[in-house]
Design a binder for this molecule. Structure first.
Ligand SMILES: O=C(O)/C=C/C(=O)CC(=O)CC(=O)O
Ligand SMILES: [Ca+2]
Ligand SMILES: [Mg+2]
Length: 429
């Protein structure tokens, strides 16, 4: 689609000037969807453009945007997403035309511009999707090898099932939060090496996991698997995702059923959902898979996406953050299509708005690791920040931010920040 898709043409410009800056995350080629509110307004659906938000509820109400009534005057994207790919496409084309420098409909209507274009600085971003289910995969070979080495056996770091199965676990949807929401340090069980029984207390090894996530747009019915070749058509779009992790709880509790309280306290996502149409020009080849996956996990063509990713940490009183990781989504071994095909192959159904985490995105170099666990070798070799402070794991008051963008020719398609500040734990009793 990308060749003929006028909405992603690199030379397209908007009359919203801030969208044309080379470093804007929200050029006219992006048009991601989010849910926002303002001082006097109820939550509603908008599209990011430069430093502003286009209010789709207003435009649909005025009859300028043709769509089923009311899907945008909502506190989540779910009703819009449920309309399906033909509607996503039609709304994207209409919004692109309305924001294009060559179109006068909105550009030439001062009154409508005033009510439909909201400065991002005056809006609060809300969780964009009501998430019925959250699954987290484990699809970076580098990450799985590094954690296998730290938690288990360096000589057999990658378990034999890893190269055959896009490994995942069922996460906790209720604690998925939008960027900007503070995260309370969790209390839990910690097994100290020199003690026989666990102690109860505040997590001492609080960590990030630099991930992306995708949102299911076209669900499958119970009993009807999604074929791998069809799977991308079921995806509405992508977000950045921080799978906050309590490494000390995790090391004790994960045998044999996997992570539980180590990952249930918070998962932060970025506020804007970047659509697969916007990502299409950045499609690239996934790493070669050896052994060849079983037939139900095979798909021809390119299914990776070139998304540059960063993690930053800013201590409470620091003037600026320190970038602690630079990686790329294209390193992932298992693709989103393979994850969705595997998730549903048993007949498991998905629902509109389901969130699928990629798994921690680590790359091949020491500066491309997606967790502090890996960067610091489980806390043994702390990282040094710009302020001179050291971090083995996250401390109270630290602000952690993920950033992600696709670099086009003269423009970038970004996700907006995925941020959280750590609050001290409640007193442990
Ligand atoms: O290897 C392990 O025991 C656990 C690794 C993880 O922390 C699980 C996880 O969240 C999956 C991922 O992000 O890749
Ligand atoms: Ca994870
Ligand atoms: Mg989580």
């Amino acid at each position: 689609m990308s060749q003929q898709d006028m909405t992603t043409a690199p030379d397209l410009k908007s009359w919203v000037e801030s969208a044309n800056a080379a470093d804007s995350e929200f050029p006219i080629q992006n048009l991601p969807y989010g849910v926002f509110s303002t001082k006097n307004g109820a939550p509603r659906v908008g599209v990011a453009i430069g430093d502003s938000i286009l209010d789709l509820a207003v435009l649909a109400g005025e009859g300028v945007l043709q769509c089923k009534p009311d899907v945008f005057a909502r506190a989540s994207l779910n009703d819009f997403i449920a309309e399906g790919p033909a509607t996503w496409r039609s709304v994207r084309e209409q919004v692109s035309a309305l924001l294009s420098a060559s179109d006068q409909t909105l550009q030439g209507n001062a009154a409508l511009r005033a009510t439909s274009l909201v400065p991002q600085s005056e809006a609060a971003m809300l969780l964009p999707v009501e998430i019925p289910g959250y699954t987290d995969f484990y699809s970076s070979k580098e990450h799985a090898t590094n954690v296998g080495s730290l938690f288990r056996d360096p000589k057999n770091a990658l378990l034999p099932n890893w190269s055959e199965i896009p490994i995942g676990y069922n996460g906790r949807a209720s604690s998925v939060i939008v960027s900007g929401t503070p995260v309370r340090r969790p209390n839990g069980q910690i097994k100290l090496p020199d003690q026989e029984r666990p102690v109860f207390g505040a997590c001492r090894k609080l960590d990030i996991e630099l991930e992306t996530g995708f949102i299911v747009g076209v669900p499958n019915a119970l009993g009807d698997p999604i074929p791998c070749e069809e799977a991308e058509k079921h995806i509405f779009g992508m977000v950045l995702l921080n799978d906050w992790s309590a490494r000390d709880f995790q090391a004790w509790e994960y045998v044999p059923l996997g992570p539980f309280n180590a990952k249930t306290f918070a998962t932060t996502i970025s506020p804007w959902v970047v659509t697969m149409d916007a990502l299409a020009p950045f499609r690239t080849t996934q790493p070669k898979q050896d052994p060849q996956p079983l037939a139900y996990l095979q798909h021809a063509g390119d299914h990776a996406f070139d998304i540059q990713l960063e993690a930053l940490i800013k201590p409470q009183n620091a003037a600026e953050p320190t970038t602690i990781a630079r990686t790329n989504f294209k390193y992932m071994y298992w693709t989103m299509a393979q994850q969705l095909a595997h998730h549903t192959v048993s007949g498991c159904n998905t629902r509109v708005g389901d969130l699928m985490g990629s798994g921690t995105i680590s790359g091949p170099t020491p500066d491309s690791l997606g967790s502090l666990l890996e960067m610091t070798f489980n806390g043994r070799e702390p990282v040094t920040l710009k302020t001179g402070e050291k971090r083995a794991f996250i401390e109270d008051g630290d602000e952690l931010t993920l950033r992600g963008w696709c670099q086009g020719n003269g423009y970038r398609v970004g996700f907006g920040p995925c941020t959280g500040v750590i609050l001290p734990a409640h007193p442990a009793k």
